[in-house]
Write a protein that binds this ligand. Structure first.
Ligand SMILES: [Zn+2]
Length: 283
């Protein structure tokens, strides 16, 4: 009898965990993988509410009494579960429990210009200077969503390298591909994945001619290896606006578009951002 009871309780617990609904006073159960985001909508009963995930405050947008946010898990995750708490005037009003499920990523081998692997001192100085500029950009996101539609994949062409592939360059240097590569010829039109503000339009050592869009609340998209950029810093763009032409500039092994998506300081899978954004933005 005791045994039956235990099985019954386990089944109820398993069903609650899968449905994502809170069971009694237990926090809501959600699943996320490394390099992904999850859309979160939560009630904010009072002013001065905070969203705190893993003891770190996460920016969110207020729509009346509802908070809207993307919760992010880094590619370099240690797979420990974590909790996001909504605090109102210091009191926890709701909790969301995230299990981190390992997502397998594959390996690929690439051949690129050796000068882009073993850097000359002047290139090394250039990369460091560019990093300073980029860090400033990524720490100055606007505090509201600059978009009112879901994100779209910038191209519909074949994806030649998915997000998260482990890479070996020229049989020596190892790294990860934290973006999506699309097949594109030199001169194909590249549209914006969503509305936002152009915060960078210029030439970078690794990604060549590059456009970066701030979509607000620490969400950025990056378009690399362009042959030409067609926007200026400060421009406001709509989803689908032409921002540049694809190309073969920077560290490449042929013409293509590299699309990066950065959320809360980490590159995540753009396709997951597209899908999660559709949960709220229906068009
Ligand atoms: Zn790429």
């Amino acid at each position: 009898m005791k045994c039956f009871l235990l099985i019954f309780i386990s089944l109820i617990n398993a069903a609650c965990a899968q449905s994502g609904k809170p069971s009694g006073d237990l926090p809501s159960q959600l699943v996320i993988s490394q390099g992904e985001v999850r859309w979160l909508e939560f009630p904010i009963p009072k002013e001065n509410s905070k969203l705190v995930c893993r003891d770190q405050e996460v920016k969110f947008v207020k729509k009346g009494r509802i908070g809207l946010a993307f919760v992010m898990e880094s590619y370099f995750s240690d797979f420990s579960p974590f909790t996001c708490k909504v605090l109102s005037q210091g009191v926890t009003v709701s909790e969301y429990y995230f299990n981190v499920k390992e997502r397998p990523y594959h390996s690929e081998v690439l051949k690129v210009d050796p000068k882009k692997i073993k850097l000359a001192p002047k290139d090394e100085r250039r990369v460091i200077a560019e990093q300073v500029v980029l860090n400033k950009i990524y720490s100055s996101s606007l505090p509201e969503f600059l978009f009112s539609e879901s994100f779209i994949s910038p191209l519909n062409s074949v994806v030649t390298s998915v997000y998260g592939n482990r890479r070996v360059y020229n049989k020596q240097k190892k790294g990860q591909h934290l973006g999506i590569d699309y097949r594109a010829a030199i001169g194909d039109k590249v549209p914006a994945a969503n509305a936002g503000k152009i915060v960078f339009s210029g030439d970078l050592f690794y990604t060549g001619w590059t456009v970066i869009i701030d979509h607000g609340v620490d969400i950025f998209t990056v378009y690399g290896h362009l042959s030409k950029t067609l926007v200026n810093e400060g421009d406001i763009v709509k989803r689908g606006d032409l921002i540049g032409l694809s190309g073969n500039t920077g560290r490449t092994s042929g013409p293509h578009l590299h699309w990066g998506t950065k959320v809360q300081g980490q590159y995540i899978d753009g396709f997951v951002l597209v899908e999660e954004s559709k949960k709220y933005f229906k068009n």
